[in-house]
Design a protein around this ligand. Structure first.
Ligand SMILES: Cc1ncc(COP(=O)(O)O)c(C=O)c1O
Length: 401
């Protein structure tokens, strides 16, 4: 196996903490801390703060790095604190009519539920579509069957659209079962039907390349696969979709908002057409400084290289898991999903009747060995990233013995 695309020495991780939880919280590279500290020192002496370099320059550089992550243009990036704020921005800025409908897959992370449910007051219906036979969520989530290769989940979603559907909102990679949706094919089908595809991209951003042709909006936080500090994410929007969004209405979302050579009280200004149209005002330059270093680190390693590396680790892990009679069936289900291109960086092992207490015990056993994974809605999530090495995989296999 070749060297990991992200040098493990970039991080502050040690052998007592094999971190398989970037699907919860990614580690930031050490340089993030150094850069934030340097920036905060300038805040101690505000005369050190440079308007163009810091206040405007850092967000501008961050928009450019965010655009590289999704293969897009910096002008289509809106800086947001989180995935939620990106999705809420889109939901609140669309021009709705009573009777419009939003369709989402069953079992979405709540980020992709509440922004749409909040529109019920404006007469917008919220509709969930199960993705496979036996798919359950909510109080019966642990009774759900697990997804299998060969399920045409996109076809099920499209069959769930009606003449009233304005938005299909999906997680690119699902938080509990780890299933990856085909964003390109959904985007094309949505466009053909005049429906907007809106994507919660946080569980794929930084670990998978993406094709946003056909997508109207893509929101992500920066603190998982993108390895940023909490509180800094971004929203990408398609220009044609964005032009119909009600502008944010901040002093930063109008032309020359920050040009102090023009009277600030001159309100004869157009709304910006680029992503800043949807920005909410003064940004956290602390968070932007951190995210800039993280996103650069990911882009320099290369997302295709990170994705390929994760895939090799996953194959190796599933080979080991297949030798364990207690998990062999899960290994084969996941292997088929992997080969079908249905997985991102989360390998989600279904509990298979073990139940919450046994899964919790398994996590505890892992932690006692310095292996940190997570459980969500009946799945044990093992998430590799670009810094993990084959020896790490062996430790995970041994833990599950
Ligand atoms: C699919 C998904 N979306 C969003 C989030 C987080 O959203 P936010 O960036 O708003 O905290 C998570 C996990 O925390 C997630 O798994």
């Amino acid at each position: 196996m070749t060297l990991p695309p992200l040098n493990p020495a970039l991080f502050h991780l040690d052998s007592d903490h094999l971190w398989l939880m970037h699907c919860s919280e990614g580690p930031v590279p050490r340089a993030v801390v150094r850069n934030i500290r340097a920036y905060l020192h300038k805040e101690l002496w505000p005369w050190e703060l440079k308007w163009k370099e810091d206040y405007l320059g850092v967000p501008e550089a961050l928009r450019a790095e965010a655009a590289r992550i999704v293969g897009g243009e910096a002008s289509d990036i809106t800086l947001t604190p989180s995935t939620s704020s990106g999705l809420v921005t889109v939901a609140q800025a669309m021009r709705w009519s009573r009777g419009d409908e939003v369709v989402v897959p069953l079992g979405e992370f709540p980020t992709n539920v509440w922004p749409w449910k909040a529109l019920e007051a404006r007469g917008v219906r919220f509709q969930e579509v199960p993705l496979w036979e036996g798919h359950r969520a909510g109080a019966s989530a642990w009774d759900s069957t697990a997804p299998r290769a060969g399920e045409d989940v996109e076809a099920r979603l499209l069959a769930g659209l009606s003449h009233a559907t304005r938005v299909l909102a999906v997680s690119w990679v699902r938080f509990q079962d780890g299933l990856k949706l085909d964003i390109a094919s959904l985007g094309a089908a949505c466009r053909a039907r005049g429906v907007h595809l809106v994507v919660d991209g946080i569980q794929g951003a930084g670990t998978l390349p993406v094709d946003l042709t056909g997508t109207s909006a893509f929101a992500t936080g920066g603190h998982k696969g993108l390895l940023g500090p909490q509180g800094q994410g971004f929203l990408w929007t398609d220009p044609a979709f964005r032009k119909d969004l009600i502008p944010m209405g901040s002093w930063m979302s109008v032309e020359e908002g920050t040009a102090f050579d023009r009277a600030s009280t001159d309100h004869h200004r157009a709304w910006l057409a680029d992503g800043q149209r949807m920005e909410a005002g003064t940004l956290s330059i602390v968070a932007c400084t951190g995210a800039l270093e993280s996103f650069r680190t990911v882009n320099e390693a290369g997302i295709p290289a990170i994705a390929a590396h994760i895939r090799l680790l996953q194959e190796r892990f599933l080979e080991g898991l297949a030798r364990n009679p207690a998990w062999a069936e899960e290994a084969s289900r996941l292997r088929a999903l992997l080969e079908a291109g249905r997985l991102g960086s989360i390998l989600s092992l279904h509990h298979g009747g073990r139940g919450p207490a046994a899964m919790q015990e398994l996590l505890m056993k892992g932690m006692r060995r310095g292996v940190y994974a997570s459980v969500r809605e009946g799945y044990l999530r093992v998430a590799f990233h670009g810094w993990h090495e084959p020896e790490d995989v062996e430790r995970v296999v041994d833990w599950l013995e």
